[in-house]
Design a protein around this ligand. Structure first.
Ligand SMILES: [Zn+2]
Length: 422
């Protein structure tokens, strides 16, 4: 009996060892957050193609495993923010906006009684409040979004700020940053400051006397690459696509690396793991494995694939998109569940039978990952993302060390069994 438990334990360890290997590799510093800083995403595509070759997939790109497409992305090579002469920590205490242009600036803030431009965007705030704050502002506008939710959208603030000659905007927020990828550069430079991570001496915004900013950025125009490999099934008339994105937010300056372990190094590990399974167990239909690029910049890679499919879309039976699958003890949410109720029924039947995940929540349509453009052209698709305690999202704390992979094996088994019954 003990021997059996040990054996089962050993098998489980074996099962996640490949996932760990892939996830740690893709989340390592050499890929610079799999973005556009030092060609991080391109480097990652090579590793994934190599893994696909080792698993024994058939190359399905126009150039081996690669399908390349044009893309632009703003790359921030250097940055800094000093308040009252204190340099803040990039990625933790502050982050430049992803669309920042190259600008160096030193702003001296006038004493508060003649108008430190602290704009408190309360739930009740009106455009009039914004205008008043802007009129009192010098070159820098500090937007305090800590108390209450912002009613005025970021875009409204930016537009009016531009009109009033504001050069720099400081967005104060109380939680972790949510960085993203910008394909263009803004005209105004803006910085996000984490209020709860500031040193004691800077907590009172009214005491801020000077703000110095530095940003060096340029728009990269390097082609990006989807990575595609096929496993032939018993019936080669239909194809199931299992996909996930490997790109992430990259790196901002020398200090802030967005490792993207949960988003989505882990999904790529599961993708390759599923490929390994179907390589050993011939599937009913063809299985096309796709690691997409350009997701974080607006689903660019998957959109390109849908416009230039390698397998006719009319013969693509189903798309399963894996993104954010590193947790799971609170279950999974499935985007498109309400649009494709029959497929959802099959998924929950498998789960009810084997008790893989504690619950599967349904959600409607959402343009939040790579399944989206498939759905738009009529190909049935699901996007499953897991829930657990961990909340790091689009910040520098999304590291492999912080990821439990507690439902990784169960999740993978659920997806495999589901793909076998559809
Ligand atoms: Zn993602």
């Amino acid at each position: 009996m003990l021997y059996l438990f040990l054996l089962l334990g050993f098998c489980k360890a074996q099962d996640t060892s490949y996932a760990h290997q892939v996830m740690y590799e893709l989340s390592s510093k050499k890929y610079h957050g799999r973005g556009y800083y030092k060609r991080g995403a391109i480097r990652a595509s090579k590793y994934i193609a190599q893994q696909m070759a080792e698993v024994g997939l058939e190359p399905m790109g126009q150039e081996g495993f690669y399908q390349s497409f044009p893309m632009q992305a703003n790359v921030i090579k250097k940055t800094g923010l000093w308040i009252n002469g204190t340099r803040l920590r990039n990625g933790v205490q502050f982050l430049p906006d992803c669309g920042n242009p190259t600008i160096k600036a030193i702003h001296t803030i006038p004493p508060s009684d003649i108008g430190v431009s602290i704009l408190k965007v309360f739930k009740t705030s009106k455009e009039k409040d914004l205008r008043e704050a802007l009129e009192k502002s010098g070159e820098v506008l500090i937007v305090d979004t800590i108390q209450g939710g912002a009613v005025l959208g970021r875009r409204d603030v930016l537009m009016q700020a531009k009109r009033c000659g504001i050069k720099t905007i400081i967005w104060m927020s109380a939680s972790d940053f949510n960085h993203s990828v910008s394909r263009l550069q803004n005209q105004i430079s803006s910085y996000h400051v984490a209020y709860d991570k500031l040193p004691q001496s800077l907590l009172n915004i009214a005491d801020w006397k000077s703000i110095k900013t530095k940003c060096k950025a340029s728009v990269s125009e390097k082609r990006q690459k989807n990575v595609l490999g096929l496993i032939r099934g018993e019936n080669t008339d239909s194809t199931l696509i299992v996909c996930g994105h490997y790109d992430h937010l990259g790196q901002v300056g020398k200090e802030a690396i967005f490792f993207g372990a949960n988003d989505n190094a882990c999904g790529i590990a599961m993708l390759l793991d599923i490929a390994k399974y179907f390589k050993r167990n011939t599937p009913k239909y063809n299985v096309l494995i796709i690691a997409f690029a350009g997701e974080e910049a607006g689903l660019i890679g998957s959109r390109y694939y849908v416009d230039h499919p390698k397998v006719s879309l009319s013969k693509t039976k189903f798309v399963l998109n894996l993104d954010l699958v590193g947790t799971g003890h609170k279950g999974m949410t499935v985007v498109n569940a309400t649009i494709f109720p029959n497929y959802f029924k099959r998924l929950t039947e498998v789960n009810d039978r084997y008790h893989f995940l504690p619950q599967i929540k349904r959600r409607g349509k959402a343009a939040n990952s790579d399944h989206y453009f498939f759905t738009e052209v009529g190909v049935p698709s699901f996007f499953g993302y897991f829930q657990g305690e961990r909340t790091s999202y689009h910040d520098v704390f999304d590291t492999p060390e912080s990821l439990p992979l507690d439902k990784y094996i169960d999740g993978r088994s659920l997806f495999i069994k589901f793909l076998e019954v559809i």
